[in-house]
Design a binder for this molecule. Structure first.
Ligand SMILES: *Cc1c(COP(=O)(O)O)cnc(C)c1O
Length: 396
């Protein structure tokens, strides 16, 4: 691949130069007086991005996967039951981790391309009179399929059933790019990482806990070592860290949050919505379909595109890499070989996106698919022009 081209994978995402520099700090003694200010700024930055006043933000030298473990290990107890829906590779992996922890997972398999099965979850919760279900796991944005699920609807299902289960949300490919309301949706644990919406290198696992989730951490719990948030919280209280923090990454995270707030969260989300719309317009112009089955499921951060039956979608990814030095996402799990993915989150503009769409066209034409060069680009240009003409008339 070329290091000059933007990447079009749904993480790690393109890094703004300012954030690369922000991560490049000289060695800092994390027991010095300089550290607490940095840690607190990163934690409150994440809290602001989550639109939360109550979330306790924990940051580990880890990745999103460590965030999953943080949610599970700190709030649940051996043999506990959790409710989940398997609708893509990421929800599947989180379910597997629950099973690895010896939890009893009630999970529903839905076709990949569908969202969280809220009606099914509502029935399960209503039927669970003894409150055996301790947590409901929702993948806000299933990165394997480009499917967004409605977290607030799951909160409503919990409320309708008057059920006390915790609401865990994997926001790894949504937080910082798609609207996320930790408090309003009653999220108990939100999980993310540094290398997607926060536009940083991989290296931080982030987990935000509600007061109710914090209370749950006080019970015996599952075996906790590295991801023990009680140890983390105790150190935070004195401005410290229970082990050696990744200081450069924390500075990057603080700067990333500042950058998102400076653009304005609403503007950031609108930019992702517009870019995604342009990508889907291109897909339609190619005469192809996205994996997400209905418009309300369409993701603003990644689009999984179905290739014609009998054609190995993986060829698009490898040819794009070898011929043009551009990275697209391959299909994973149940949709391996059937879809390729255009990641469009983080530090990305309309103009950068056009280059990805144009590259996908060249690749597909090279591989003999029936694609008219420029058709998708033209469709996306119409979407992006409309955006820009609105801006111009507002400025006038
Ligand atoms: C990327 C991703 C993960 C895994 O995160 P890592 O940082 O690679 O551990 C989990 N969930 C979703 C939805 C993701 O997109």
């Amino acid at each position: 691949m070329s290091l000059q081209n933007p990447v079009f994978i749904p993480g790690p995402t393109n890094m703004p130069e300012a954030l690369r520099r922000a991560c490049d700090l000289p060695t800092m003694d994390h027991r010095s007086a300089s550290f607490p200010g940095l840690l607190n700024a990163a934690r409150s930055g994440v809290q602001a991005v989550l639109k939360s006043r109550v979330a306790e933000v924990f940051i580990f030298p880890s990745t999103g996967t460590g965030g999953w473990e943080t949610a599970i290990a700190n709030t649940l107890n051996p043999g506990d039951t959790v409710l989940a829906v398997r609708n893509g590779m990421f929800s599947q992996k989180w379910i597997k981790m629950c099973r690895d922890f010896g939890l009893n997972v009630i999970s529903k398999d839905v076709t990949w391309g569908e969202g969280f099965a809220t009606d099914w979850a509502a029935e399960q919760l209503a039927a669970d009179k003894e409150n055996k279900i301790k947590a409901v796991l929702v993948t806000h944005n299933e990165t394997a399929t480009g499917v967004k699920s409605d977290v607030s609807a799951v909160r409503l299902a919990l409320e309708s059933a008057d059920h006390p289960a915790l609401l865990f949300v994997d926001g790894v490919s949504s937080i910082g790019s798609m609207d996320f309301h930790f408090d309003l949706w009653g999220v108990d644990v939100a999980v993310t990482g540094s290398q997607k919406g926060f536009m940083l290198p991989a290296g931080l696992g982030i987990a935000a806990f509600s007061p109710k989730a914090m209370k749950a951490t006080e019970q015996g719990g599952l075996p906790r070592g590295y991801f023990n948030i009680q140890d983390m919280a105790a150190s935070y209280a004195s401005g410290g860290y229970p082990y050696t923090p990744s200081v450069g990454m924390l500075n990057g995270l603080k700067e990333a949050c500042d950058m998102l707030m400076e653009e304005g969260l609403d503007q950031v989300f609108a930019r992702h919505t517009r870019i995604a719309k342009g990508v889907r317009a291109a897909v339609a112009a190619w005469g192809m379909e996205v994996c997400a089955t209905r418009p309300e499921l369409y993701s603003d951060t990644v689009t999984a595109i179905m290739t014609p039956a009998g054609f190995d979608a993986g060829r698009i990814v490898s040819h794009a890499d070898s011929a043009y030095g551009v990275a697209f996402g391959a299909g994973l799990g149940d949709v391996a070989g059937k879809v390729f993915r255009i990641g469009h989150l983080g530090s990305l503009t309309d103009v950068m996106t056009l280059s990805g769409i144009a590259t996908a066209e060249m690749v597909m034409a090279d591989l003999g698919l029936d694609i008219t060069l420029g058709s998708g680009v033209a469709a996306a240009q119409e979407i992006y022009r409309q955006g820009n003409s609105t801006t111009l008339s507002e400025a006038a």
